[in-house]
Design a protein around this ligand. Structure first.
Ligand code: NOJ
Length: 554
């Protein structure tokens, strides 16, 4: 296998709106990111993925783009962007842009033209259909609630929007759309950016017969009918030939609804499509068959191990994997599968970090994860801002699928807003995020949980991440070793080995709030501890305290 720089790299995701405000308007911005680049350098990451910074009316916080070649005013100017890019490169950091091309904003100039009339040259840039029997063309639901079709009076037809009404889907079957997108990508690459994270790229090829999907499904389940369409690999191979292959990039496809078989194509090691893709099967292990992610179901560890092990083994030697617990669409991992009570917050955050970063694939860290940021203590449903949370809450309650109380509990656990509270930099005003009024409330635990405090204390979560990143750079077994699961049925422990020739690692993680005993395999009995989150010399390797974790080198 040809080795690539991004296989050894660690990516850090910045959600610009919530990272660092520099001008006091309460909204994070590009000069704010530039100011914090040395912090990311100190952490040791190689690549920064920026959630969208393009012009947008912000119906979905920038995932609805009205101009792909302009910067959102609230975030700064193109000059600010260029300065940030230069500074990042000076520091040896790469910048990956979010590429949101399954859909545009309805305020994009193409859509404004498209909706004018059936014979407008831009008509076929989007997906327009007549209704069926006085209703929508089919029963597809939008991810954010309601039908995926919107009737447009002027246009006299329905347009497809898998997300909000203000995010009409582009028609990738139209070669002109592909030309426009590829030109735009090339324009950014010529500026010197280092790659793309491709938003819901698995959804770009729709079945042109638009068959009905499962009736009555809520939220993300609808992805299944639209994902991995017949021509998606053809389009990505075309993109690769015409654009990506001309540069040395990292690309990651957000592949909602991807199966293992499909991921082998998206992230194939021959490099004909993308570097790797994000799969979401593990994010669904605590979901409900009817309400999807909107549930407070607890994690069953054997399920999670089964899913991620299948992905680790299934892609081995065929495609590259990506590893993540958190992003801007997920609740905070320490609250979800760790324990965010003060007693165990740090230890469980470190355990989760060790468990993920020792697996095979490129790890992604979401802003704040490296200091163990937690979910927000929501008091009332009116506090949520995210379109996905707000719309789905209304729909679930209206349809009587859940009581308002249960739906609120589900939102508290799963809302994307948990990830979007401002980054906690220090114990000062607004956690050092902004001098003005933050667009979203700061988590009140910022006086204890913040980057300044973490940097000043050598046993903080920050330094566990820093060490994990450094170990990955030093040891090929972490990057390329085979993964093997031990104790698949164990409900508390996740134990696995990594093997590369003579090099062998044992990773032991206690996902429970109990002390658990474990027989260290013979081959590791005299092993050296590479990293741990409790005093292994004192409590021992066979007696693992709540959320304890360590890695032994044979
Ligand atoms: C996936 C993005 O991660 C999410 O934040 C967004 O709402 C949808 N795609 C639509 O662009």
């Amino acid at each position: 296998m040809e080795k690539k720089w991004w296989q050894k790299s660690v990516v850090y995701q910045v959600y610009p709106r919530s990272f660092q405000d520099s001008d006091g308007d309460g909204i994070g911005d590009i000069p704010g990111i530039t100011r914090r680049l040395p912090y990311l350098k100190e952490l040791g990451v190689d690549v920064i993925w920026l959630s969208p910074v393009y012009e947008s009316p912000n119906d979905d916080n920038g995932y609805d783009i009205s101009n792909y070649r302009g910067i959102m005013k609230e975030f700064g100017t193109m000059e600010d962007f260029d300065r940030m890019l230069d500074r990042a490169h000076e520091l040896g950091l790469k910048i990956v842009m979010d590429l949101v091309v399954n859909h545009t904003s309805d305020e994009h100039a193409w859509f404004a033209e498209s909706r004018k009339s059936k014979d407008n040259p831009y008509r076929d840039y989007y997906i327009w259909r007549d209704g069926k029997d006085g209703k929508e063309p089919n029963n597809w639901g939008s991810c954010f609630g309601g039908s995926a079709w919107q009737y447009d009076e002027t246009a006299g037809q329905y347009y497809l929007h898998l997300f909000s009404k203000k995010q009409p889907d582009l028609n990738w079957d139209n070669p002109k759309v592909r030309d426009e997108v590829f030109d735009m990508m090339d324009w950014w690459l010529k500026k010197g950016i280092d790659g793309f994270r491709m938003d819901v790229i698995s959804l770009i090829s729709k079945d042109q017969s638009f068959p009905d999907g499962k009736p009555e499904s809520t939220g993300y389940t609808d992805f299944n009918v639209a994902a991995n369409g017949a021509r998606v690999h053809e389009y990505l191979q075309e993109m690769n030939r015409r654009v990506l292959s001309k540069y040395d990039l990292v690309t990651v496809g957000e592949c909602s609804g991807v199966t293992l078989e499909e991921a082998k194509k998206y992230g194939n090691l021959e490099g004909t499509e993308l570097s790797m893709c994000f799969q979401f099967e593990h994010m669904g292990v605590d979901s409900d068959p009817v309400t999807g992610k909107w549930t407070t179901k607890k994690l069953e560890l054997p399920k999670l191990k089964e899913v991620l092990t299948r992905w680790e083994k299934g892609l081995e030697g065929i495609a590259w994997n990506s590893l993540f617990w958190d992003n801007h669409d997920q609740p905070r991992i320490v609250s979800r599968w760790g324990c965010d009570a003060p007693e165990y917050r740090e230890r469980s955050a470190k355990m989760l970090a060790i468990c993920l970063h020792m697996m095979k694939g490129t790890p992604y860290i979401y802003q704040g994860e490296e200091i163990g940021m937690t979910n927000y203590p929501w008091k009332d449903v009116s506090e949520f801002q995210d379109i996905d949370s707000v719309n789905n809450y209304k729909e679930i309650v209206k349809k009587g699928i859940m009581t308002p109380e249960d739906a609120f509990r589900a939102l508290k656990a799963k809302s994307r807003d948990n990830a979007r509270t401002p980054m906690q930099w220090d114990a000062g005003k607004n956690a050092g995020f902004s001098d003005g009024t933050p667009w979203m409330a700061v988590n009140p635990n910022y006086t204890a949980v913040n980057a300044e405090e973490a940097l000043a204390r050598k046993d903080s979560v920050f330094y566990t991440y820093q060490k994990l990143i450094a170990l990955r750079k030093q040891m090929d077994v972490i990057v390329y070793g085979d993964y093997n699961l031990l104790l698949p049925e164990d409900e508390n422990l996740w134990v696995y080995t990594r093997t590369l020739g003579e090099e062998k690692l044992l990773v032991v993680c206690n996902f429970s709030g109990k002390t658990v005993s474990f027989d260290v395999p013979e081959a590791f009995a005299a092993g050296e501890a590479l990293i741990e989150n409790y005093d292994t010399a004192g409590e021992g390797l066979s007696c693992i305290p709540p959320y304890g974790a360590y890695v032994l080198k044979a």
